[in-house]
Design a protein around this ligand. Structure first.
Ligand SMILES: NC(=O)c1ccc[n+]([C@@H]2O[C@H](COP(=O)([O-])OP(=O)(O)OC[C@H]3O[C@@H](n4cnc5c(N)ncnc54)[C@H](OP(=O)(O)O)[C@@H]3O)[C@@H](O)[C@H]2O)c1
Length: 329
């Protein structure tokens, strides 16, 4: 099969190669997917450049997420999966070295979910890391019916799904953004109120919007960088679920303040989140896809042979949604 791969970490254009690799076969408990699309997320680029992660093996086919059609089932797997359209996650994660930047992948059926006909393969490749992470971060807020949720960066790949999940679970949603275009994007996802975190006083604007009540739960793209706004806004018994903290990786926290407010802080890394939580995310995503109405944002599409450019785009450019590799060209 054709695949993109690297044998050492570094600048994507310098290390990602494209060529022939052995076509995998479905082992017991596995399915083989003829991939049509592969998602490129920041953590995939982190692995390529060698930031925070070493080589997972001597040769790595990158990318966690993808979508395609099952063309082979291994022993013990229900034959009903054959020919099903699917989306998948954790392709190149958790010790697995062969990810989705390829024509085929073989992986445990547990990581695969149905992709209804109403959802394109390119959109299916956005559902793993971005949509599942958003689901996990939102559901850590508990029963959100009638609650107020702050989603920081509600126009980002994860943030935009988080806005949508919070609305779906009955919350009033506030989103921070950095431009009118991003405000419009967050609102299109269902945000009731947006604040420009670069030009406005977030605490004052949110207090005004909530009649001084504040927020019950925050889904946060920058835990350390945003503490000065999220902490004062959180109500007693409130919570934060964060999935990145680039603005300040080592924040100083006033522990007594957290305690007096009975706050819960959840650090989220999707690929190793509790299995039951990942399973629930998969099920809730499929249910919503079947119902229709979930919005997906594909930022750019690259050919499989240009996977290096896709990683460069994620690493060096601003994106609007998820960068996708088309595994058919
Ligand atoms: N822990 C996990 O499992 C997990 C899963 C997925 C992603 N991540 C990480 O999460 C980060 C975002 O990923 P992504 O794919 O969603 O990226 P993305 O599509 O680029 O979105 C990030 C968004 O956050 C906004 N932003 C950045 N700093 C902000 C701040 N301090 N307050 C409010 N908004 C802010 C950005 O907008 P502006 O630049 O315009 O402000 C952008 O809209 C990456 O670092 C990624 O590695 C972690």
């Amino acid at each position: 099969m054709k695949a993109a791969y690297y044998t050492q970490q570094g600048k994507p254009s310098a290390v990602i190669q494209y060529g022939d690799q052995p076509t995998p076969h479905a082992a017991a408990g596995e399915v083989r997917v003829r991939l049509h699309a592969s998602g490129v997320n920041p953590a995939d680029a982190n692995r390529t450049v060698g930031r925070s992660y070493g080589m997972d093996g001597p040769l790595v086919i990158p990318n966690s997420d993808g979508a395609g059609v099952i063309d082979q089932v291994g022993a013990g797997v229900d034959a009903a999966w054959l020919n099903k359209r699917v989306w998948l996650y954790n392709g190149q994660r958790g010790g697995r070295v062969f990810g989705t930047a390829a024509e085929y992948i073989a992986l445990n059926v547990d990581l695969v979910s149905e992709l209804p006909d109403n959802t394109r393969f390119h959109e299916g490749a956005c559902l793993g890391i971005p949509c599942m992470t958003a689901h996990r971060c939102v559901t850590l807020g508990g029963d959100l019916q009638g609650k107020t949720v702050l989603v920081t960066g509600g126009a980002g790949a994860v943030g935009h799904y988080a806005v949508q999940w919070a609305k779906r679970f009955g919350a009033r949603v506030i989103s921070t953004v950095s431009s009118p275009e991003k405000a419009a994007h967050a609102k299109a996802g269902g945000a009731d109120f947006t604040v420009n975190y670069r030009s406005e006083d977030v605490v004052a604007r949110v207090r005004e919007f909530t009649n001084n009540a504040g927020i019950d739960h925050a889904v946060d793209v920058d835990f350390g960088g945003n503490l000065k706004t999220t902490l004062p806004l959180l109500k007693v018994n409130g919570s934060i679920a964060y999935y990145a903290t680039k603005g300040n990786p080592t924040p100083t926290i006033a522990a007594p303040e957290l305690m007096r407010k009975n706050l819960s802080i959840h650090a989220v890394l999707l690929n190793s989140a509790p299995h039951a939580a990942r399973k629930r995310a998969q099920q809730d995503i499929v249910a919503w896809l079947k119902q229709g109405g979930m919005r997906h944002t594909v930022s750019q599409v690259f050919a499989l042979s240009s996977t290096a450019d896709a990683h460069e785009a994620v690493e060096f450019q601003a994106k609007n949604g998820t960068v996708v590799v088309d595994c058919n060209v």
